[in-house]
Design a protein around this ligand. Structure first.
Ligand SMILES: Cc1ncc(COP(=O)(O)O)c(C=O)c1O
Length: 394
């Protein structure tokens, strides 16, 4: 990215609009080419920066939300209720019922939600979806995030919870089961996961004789990485399996991408403020923080660029953040050019599960820019104590 770093308020995130646009365009194209009856629900939880949420609205995406706050955020930012996919393990009754009545896509996750269905007016028919929980490890050993402990969302197929849930819902004459929600969190984001999901939907349809208006395969894809599967490959795998029981004429395919669309186009830039040597290490202290780009503290390395460095190479430099936590060590550089006071570090592909998980710890939320045609626009100003103290008594 060509940016004049000296003009930036650091630390900051920079959204590369061209790449953001290219990512969502390629997903639309892959779906249009393979299953032209589709919906994309942008996963708010992955990054719900208002500018991004609006960007996806303008790019014909639905809002995929998993809480009352996210649902209300979607409304506040101009989504209509019929353009919201309402998922999640904890819903509240009033909003749950209103969302169904107003035509949101609501995927049930618990017994209490099934009970609430009985409170819907009896003189009209309403549609709901059901989240499926199944043993993904049987098809894709070692690939799921939960491993042998299994996932905790939805109704389990293997122990008959799904069968019982479907039976209870089918007894309600004013309720139609119109879709299945199949999202699975995997470590691998592999094509196998989606082959398994699509295959399982076909199996469930046959077993329970369901007529489905939509199949929601969830999110969890790779995107913006040339070494990983493309959207076209994902959608073709899904299509090849679904075609055994479904057709685009009758059934809408829903995808809920988050990381794959928003991860790669976002960089984080911080400035080296100090370099400190001890008897054991050379610490490069930046004005950024691991809490901004690795809030879950699990990343070991990054795509990154070092800018305005010295020519000589240093065997080990430990890049640290501004906080007072010893473990705010962002990465260790081996055999890289020497960082000095005033150097910059650009971390790439850090748009997913970063901004939305950052704590308000020591510093408040950093500035966010959007870069378009080499022009930078601030789309979130750095939070100051004014934003921090809002709604607080003194
Ligand atoms: C229900 C649901 N849909 C979509 C997503 C988005 O996943 P990702 O950001 O990995 O694409 C998630 C993430 O956990 C999810 O739980």
């Amino acid at each position: 990215m060509k940016v004049d770093y000296n003009n930036l308020i650091t630390p900051c995130f920079v959204i590369n609009k061209k790449e953001l646009q290219a990512n969502i365009n390629s997903l639309h194209i892959a779906l249009a080419n393979n299953w032209n009856n589709y919906m994309i629900g942008y996963s708010f939880k992955t990054n719900s920066l208002p500018w991004l949420v609006n960007f996806y609205k303008e790019n014909n995406c639905y809002a995929e939300v998993v809480s009352e706050s996210e649902y209300n955020l979607a409304l506040t930012l101009g989504y209509t209720k019929d353009k919201i996919i309402y998922n999640g393990p904890i819903k509240y009754k009033d909003l749950f019922l209103d969302a169904i009545i107003e035509g949101s896509i609501v995927n049930l996750d618990s017994q209490r939600e099934i009970r609430w269905l009985e409170e819907l007016p009896k003189d009209k028919k309403y549609k709901v979806g059901v989240r499926v929980n199944y043993d993904i490890e049987a098809d894709c050993p070692g690939e799921s995030t939960c491993g042998m402990d299994g996932g905790r969302f939805g109704f389990n197929l293997e122990n008959n919870s799904l069968a019982q849930a479907l039976e209870k819902i089918e007894k309600l004459e004013n309720i139609q089961i119109s879709g299945l929600h199949m999202h699975i969190s995997s470590k691998t984001r592999s094509l196998n996961i989606y082959r398994s999901i699509a295959n399982k939907v076909c199996e469930i349809k046959r077993q329970f004789g369901l007529e489905l208006e939509y199949i929601d395969v969830g999110g969890g894809f790779f995107g913006g990485l040339s070494t990983k599967p493309s959207y076209d490959e994902y959608v073709r795998i899904i299509k090849d399996e679904l075609e055994m029981e479904f057709s685009p004429e009758e059934t809408t395919l829903i995808l809920e991408p988050g990381a794959s669309v928003v991860g790669s186009p976002i960089d984080y830039i911080c400035r080296v403020m100090d370099v400190k040597e001890t008897n054991l290490n050379r610490f490069v202290i930046t004005n950024g923080s691991r809490t901004h780009i690795d809030p879950l503290m699990h990343k070991a390395n990054y795509f990154s660029n070092l800018i305005e460095v010295k020519e000589n190479v240093i065997d080990k430099q430990v890049v640290c953040g501004f906080t007072c936590m010893e473990n705010d060590r962002i990465m260790t550089l081996n055999d890289e050019k020497e960082l000095k006071e005033g150097s910059y570090i650009e971390f790439n592909k850090v748009g997913a599960y970063t901004m939305c998980l950052s704590p308000l710890f020591i510093e408040y939320f950093p500035t966010v820019y959007v870069k378009e045609n080499n022009l930078l626009e601030v789309v979130r100003e750095k939070w100051s104590p004014i934003e921090y103290i809002q709604k607080c008594k003194r």
